[in-house]
Design a protein around this ligand. Structure first.
Ligand code: NOJ
Ligand code: CA
Length: 554
């Protein structure tokens, strides 16, 4: 076992991020220390032994800053503080020290595209007239029509029909509209204002000086907008493409955004080791390298596996394309199957292929179309596949337990603006944010001793940590062992495909003899020679069942 001193020196490695296993914590739903039903920072600290047992390299914390929680904390009202519901800055320091002490690094989430309508600067903006310096930190414009009662453009937002809201909705009296790419309670910053840029540098420095190792950048493709007038109306454009490849879209993925990240990079590089960053940029694949370059953020999520069915041909294509992209700028790949915005991958893989996921979610979600066991099994197989690939892997809390999406949250308890504001066209994302089950026989499954902020279904019991811990064939143990082996076998960032003679089976190896074979569908597959390190389902006579992955050392 390493002692803390060794951990500290390991934390100095400047390339640690390239092939890290990063575990995403959604703080409100991880562990609650004070019975108010909301997970908190002390709760995370109380579970350090669990995090250590996972053999992860880093955690990424979704926002824990003061927030009215219109969008699960992605509506920040104070960037340099901790939400009192989640703890204090001292609790943060204590958590960070505890993580570092066991060799786990930490990413925090930075939300630079928008803040909360309760942010002091937005309140100041509402209180001052057009063209005031306070108002200029946001994007306010006069409306169209005689009384200015029509929004300035026909631009749409993610969580509301229009990207503009009249200031009177929040008490403003100057008859202007403000821009928001997400909910009206998430006003967009004006990134053409140097004061905004300076304030974000201050925020980054604040957390970097506190000792965080990296940043996950929310909506990294937002920030810069085409605000030249006359505005480009969507209904007059020949093709209404939100994020075109030339970097000249209206609201997102504009080329000027890289000037911002070049400035951030300068700050990150002042630290030893340099702070790292991963962009959440929903852009065309060919634009990913621009966010992931050495001069900008360094790494960028590639979400392609989230949207890929469990299928051999698609998986092979994904890997090949993503590796090519990462090579373009010296970045490393970022594999992931789940996060707090997506239906849990165990559920996705358990649904019959003919099922429309969105419609299924809108039903009670308990229909016979979901084979939970098959879903969990395939999910584990997919996870072992991505964990063996060169590059880093981002895991989402609860996936190690094989957890499924919760689909029957009563409407009165739904929190997600995607459901509440977006014309209720889908169930939203609360179903993957339900608090973790720790203890099968405790109230609220050991998450809290008070009612959890999103209700946990009775079937969570079977997935609880205590039901799986130390049981070799459980999903949790498989993750723990896989991540331990992965750490020990970590090697040069390359891989080679091998012919399998079966279109449903993929086989690749890493330069040190670490081999991974996955069987997607159909007959059992006789695996090649070598020492069996781990398999997601038991092998019989070296035969790998459909929906399974094995790691072999040759
Ligand atoms: C992406 C985040 O992951 C998501 O949860 C959030 O709703 C939007 N950005 C807006 O911040
Ligand atoms: Ca709490």
């Amino acid at each position: 076992m390493q002692n803390p001193v060794q951990h500290v020196s390991a934390l100095k490695d400047k390339n640690w991020w390239r092939q890290a296993a990063v575990y995403q914590i959604y703080p409100r739903s991880f562990a609650d220390s004070n019975a108010d039903g909301i997970g908190d920072l002390k709760g995370i600290t109380s579970r350090i032994d669990y995090l250590k047992s996972l053999n992860i390299d880093a955690v990424w914390l979704s926002p824990f800053y003061p927030s009215p929680l219109v969008d699960g904390g992605y509506d920040v009202s104070d960037y340099r503080n901790v939400d009192p519901k989640l703890g204090t800055l001292e609790d943060f320091d204590e958590m960070l020290a505890a993580l570092h002490n066991v060799g786990i690094r930490i990413f925090v989430d930075i939300v630079p595209n928008h803040c909360s309508h309760l942010h002091q600067w937005f309140q100041d903006a509402l209180a001052t007239p057009p063209n005031s310096p306070e108002r200029n930190r946001f994007i306010f414009r006069d409306g169209r029509g005689e009384d200015g009662n029509q929004p300035p453009t026909d631009w749409v937002s993610h969580f509301a029909p229009s990207a503009w809201t009249h200031e009177s909705a929040f008490g403003g009296v100057h008859n202007q509209w403000f821009l928001h790419y997400f909910a009206p309670e998430q006003p967009d910053w004006n990134w053409d204002n140097p004061e905004v840029a300076d304030d974000f540098l201050k925020t980054l420095k604040f957390w970097a000086d506190r000792g965080v190792d990296g940043f996950r950048i929310d909506v990294a493709h937002g920030l810069k907008k085409d605000l030249s007038e006359p505005f480009r109306m969507r209904n007059t454009l020949e093709h209404e493409i939100d994020r075109p490849a030339d970097g000249n879209g209206i609201l997102a993925d504009r080329n000027e955004v890289f000037d911002v990240y070049k400035q951030w990079r300068k700050l990150f590089n002042q630290y030893d080791p340099p702070k790292v960053a991963v962009a959440e940029a929903n852009v065309l694949p060919e634009r990913i390298p621009l966010y992931a370059s050495k001069e900008t953020l360094g790494q960028c999520f590639d979400f392609r596996f989230i949207f890929t069915p469990f299928n051999a041909r698609a998986y092979k294509e994904n890997v090949t394309e993503a590796i090519e992209l990462a090579k373009l700028n010296g970045s490393s790949c970022t594999w992931c199957l789940s996060n707090h915005d997506q239906i849990r991958h165990a559920t996705k893989f358990g649904l019959d292929k003919s099922v429309d996921r969105r419609l299924w979610m809108l039903s009670d979600g308990t229909s016979a179309q979901l084979d939970k066991e098959a879903g969990t099994q395939r999910a584990l197989a997919a996870t072992l596949f991505i964990l063996a690939l060169p590059g880093s892997t981002y895991l989402y809390q609860g996936e190690e337990l094989g957890l499924h999406e919760v689909t029957d949250i009563p409407e009165s308890m739904i929190q997600d603006p995607q459901y509440l504001k977006n014309l209720k066209f889908d169930k939203g994302r609360d179903g993957c944010r339900v608090p973790l089950p720790w203890n099968s026989s405790a109230d609220y499954f050991g998450f809290s001793s008070g009612a959890s902020h999103l209700p946990q279904p009775a079937w969570f019991k079977n997935y609880a940590v205590d039901m799986q811990f130390g049981k070799p064939e459980s999903s949790l143990s498989t993750y723990q062992v896989a991540l331990r082996i992965r750490k020990n076998l970590m090697c040069e960032e390359s891989m080679t495909w091998h012919e399998t003679g079966n279109p449903e089976v993929l086989h690749f190896s890493r330069p040190n003899g670490w081999n991974c074979v996955i069987n997607f569908e159909g007959d059992d597959y006789l695996i090649p020679e070598g020492e069996i390190l781990l398999s997601s389902t038991p092998l019989v006579n070296r035969r790998l069942r459909a929906g399974s992955t094995v790691w072999i050392r040759q």
